[in-house]
Design a protein around this ligand. Structure first.
Ligand SMILES: Cc1cc2nc3c(=O)[nH]c(=O)nc-3n(C[C@H](O)[C@H](O)[C@H](O)COP(=O)(O)OP(=O)(O)OC[C@H]3O[C@@H](n4cnc5c(N)ncnc54)[C@H](O)[C@@H]3O)c2cc1C
Length: 391
């Protein structure tokens, strides 16, 4: 969709931009951050399109505060499989709107989006880091501090066991006011020195990521991130750490990696988090990266992922036996009343999907109306049998 890359309108008073679905988040930052407007919600990469962000109803580090991308999409123009073009929003064709936000592109092609941007005074974030000694402390810190910051995220050391089980580094952030910047940056508060991109030149051999190296990586990361307050960092470093390393996925070797991301309701959330982390550890299935966030209210998208609870994202190098362990983790998520994120999924079963997305029948009814012949499909939709009723 990247050729649909034009801006159609922008109101500098309100920060509402209307653009085609293939405009990327990087484009928006390049065009509007110098004018004092930032993305209302951003995932951990800026190399994705506005249309995809609606289709996946992506979330960022501010979900507990602002919800997901769909909350800021004021209107969507959709090309239906019939060839007809329709506008939808919360007020107009609302059923179609809520089937499209998080609908993984299966209701139609998102041609245009009217998006509310966020006013900021600088391109910088003030970050408070809190290093914790175990899972209880990690969650306690989240509970205490979360409400005071628009952005929060925790990196977890998922290799640590015993007394250090679930220890991590929490990063709380807010947009910086100009007087927080170093004096030399105050004249150009929206200018960020471009980063030198690095690249992983080839697939690393599989043996590089093993339990010993993963343990070493986690303990080095933990050691180098002590608790500190008021660290001023540019938005690129805070939101998009992986974007400066091109082809970073090669670090996982030829077999690649999967990211397994679940959300677990707050009720019994701690016990369920412990079950998941312990199950992975019991099978010596260690993630390279583990990220925990807290989620707030859902957007209303029928197939949207977010719900109030903890969301845990684990990046596993693909190894023999991994998928069997992930099936066990899925079962914990089903029992907990949670779900897995479609945008990250490469392997869940149709049964798991149908058991965890309770609004699927409503979504299917709208899909059947706009696409009665099932012209719009995807590998994901076929694997998860999204258009079928499971017996
Ligand atoms: C490093 C990294 C970090 C990430 N962090 C996060 C995160 O913090 N939070 C989060 O929510 N996600 C995160 N993601 C996932 C990412 O935000 C989504 O997968 C995003 O949708 C990818 O955008 P894309 O442009 O590559 O879309 P694609 O992968 O091309 O498409 C994604 C889906 O959107 C549909 N789609 C795309 N364009 C349109 C259109 N114009 N009309 C209709 N449907 C369309 C496609 O059919 C597909 O189903 C991350 C991904 C990476 C690589």
């Amino acid at each position: 969709m990247e050729r649909l890359d034009r801006y159609l309108a922008f109101d500098p008073e309100t920060g509402v931009v209307r653009c085609e679905g293939g405009v990327s988040l990087a484009d928006i930052l390049r065009s509007f951050l110098p004018r004092g407007w930032f993305l209302p919600v951003t995932p951990g990469t800026k190399f994705c399109t506005v249309g995809a962000c609606v289709a996946c109803d992506v979330h960022g580090k501010n979900h507990h505060h602002d919800g997901s991308f769909g909350n800021f999409a004021r209107q969507i123009t959709l090309l239906l499989p019939s060839g007809e073009t329709v506008c939808c929003s919360r007020e107009q064709n609302a059923d179609l709107f809520f089937a499209t936000v998080g609908g993984m592109g299966l209701t139609g092609v998102i041609l245009e989006v009217e998006l509310q941007l966020r006013r900021v005074e600088t391109a910088y974030i003030v970050v408070d880091y809190v290093r914790t000694g175990n899972l209880e402390e990690t969650l306690q810190t989240f509970h205490e501090k979360d409400a005071h910051y628009p952005y929060s995220v925790a990196w977890l050391d998922c290799v640590a066991s015993g007394r250090g089980f679930g220890k991590g580094v929490l990063m709380f952030g807010r947009h910086a006011a100009p007087d927080r910047l170093p004096i030399k940056s105050r004249h150009n508060p929206f200018t960020v020195t471009p980063k030198r991109t690095k690249s992983v030149p080839f697939d690393l051999p599989d043996f590089v990521l093993n339990p010993v190296s993963l343990r070493a990586f986690n303990s080095v990361y933990y050691r180098f991130h002590p608790s500190r307050e008021g660290v001023v960092t540019d938005y690129d470093t805070y939101f998009y750490p992986l974007d400066s390393i091109l082809q970073w996925n090669r670090a996982y070797g030829k077999r690649g990696f999967v990211q397994w991301q679940c959300v677990l309701p707050y009720e019994n959330g701690v016990q369920n988090l412990v079950r998941i982390l312990e199950t992975a550890q019991k099978h010596r299935t260690y993630p390279f990266l583990s990220v925990l966030k807290r989620m707030g209210e859902p957007s209303g998208g029928l197939l949207s992922f977010p719900m109030p609870g903890y969301t845990l994202a684990l990046d596993f190098p693909v190894r023999d036996g991994l998928f069997e362990v992930l099936d066990q983790l899925d079962r914990i998520v089903i029992e907990a009343g949670g779900r897995l994120y479609l945008a990250k999924d490469a392997r869940m079963s149709a049964e798991t999907f149908h058991a965890t997305y309770p609004q699927l029948p409503r979504w299917q009814a709208i899909k059947a109306q706009v696409d009665p012949k099932g012209l719009l499909q995807s590998d994901l939709a076929r694997r998860l049998r999204m258009m079928e009723v499971l017996k």
